[in-house]
Design a protein around this ligand. Sequence first.
Ligand code: PLP
Length: 369
Amino acid sequence: MSTRNDDIIARMLHHRASTLDGGEPVPAPIAMASVYMLPGTIDVPHQYGRFSNPTWDALEESLSILEDAESVAFPSGMAAIASVFTAHLSAGDRVLLPSDGYWTTRAYAEKYIRPHGIEIDYCPTGEYGARDLSGFAMVYIETPSNPGLDICDIAEIAARAKSAGALVVVDNTTMTPLGQRPLDLGADIVLASDTKHVSGHSDVLSGHIASRNSALIGPIREWRKFFGAIPSPFDTWLVYRGLKTLDVRFDRMCATAETIANRLADHPKIAAIRFPGLETHPAHALARRQMTRFGSVLGLTFSDAATAERFIAESRFIVPATSFGGVHTSAERRARWGDQVAEGYVRLSIGCEPADALWSDFASVLNAL
Ligand SMILES: Cc1ncc(COP(=O)(O)O)c(C=O)c1O
């Protein structure tokens, strides 16, 4: 029987064709335009390139089907995050951020949000469940967190935060809407860096925001128009193109990640492994309930930094790079950026390579460490 995700994916793939007349291109064209014809009236679909663009429309229509919510595209995940803070926080508000989430979110909030009279509090992702949420204007969640892959219960936190009067925002970058659906679990706003899985080919930066509440998504769209943090038509088209294969890529990557995680779990050269799909993950039961897949990112702890670096350098099929969610397996030692993880902690992003090719590469490198 077809699942909700199956239906969403099929509708997303066929949406544009269902609107076309004979002779029109099946894929959306790239509309390189800063100005549009405005003879006499401005009451037309497109007026000026900072306000709207037909290629943005194509991507946003696809994202809106995927999220089952109105979506706004941004030129990066950080532009999306900045828009949420700027459009929905004001002087005197308090916001709760994860202390172990993507570090630039905290750095941005400290540098550009706090000076506007907004109080910022922090909580480790794994402790959100025990945190008193009263008094917050916004509760911001990132689960599984990057890089530590800690998990919190979106539905439980959203219910408590909303009854305390807070807006609930979820950064869903690590899972995509195909792996976890925060809006279905009660979040008000979901956002993501589409630089990762959604575009998927490590050739473009991108992000989006989605919400089912027009009073929340309207100011986000307006912020983009006034601030000018707009995606280029070509970059937008790359994301639109990548999105069509998200399901097959993500499915393959998550399945391979699970296979590799199970094989690595008992390896003597690895001191600890973090993966939501393993029973050793402290929130494995919650991951099973809340996520439809366990993701494609693993956390591996080696005895020290040098051993971790050797694992990355000597593996034939690991690209030594930051970021995750690309078709090539990649990895990096996150302590080099100052993340609060062990010196030997490696964030390993599994790509679309066949699982056995990856495993024989990893196994031979690990055995020689
Ligand atoms: C969880 C998370 N959110 C947001 C971002 C920011 O996205 P971008 O690099 O596209 O601005 C990242 C980037 O790594 C991320 O990992």
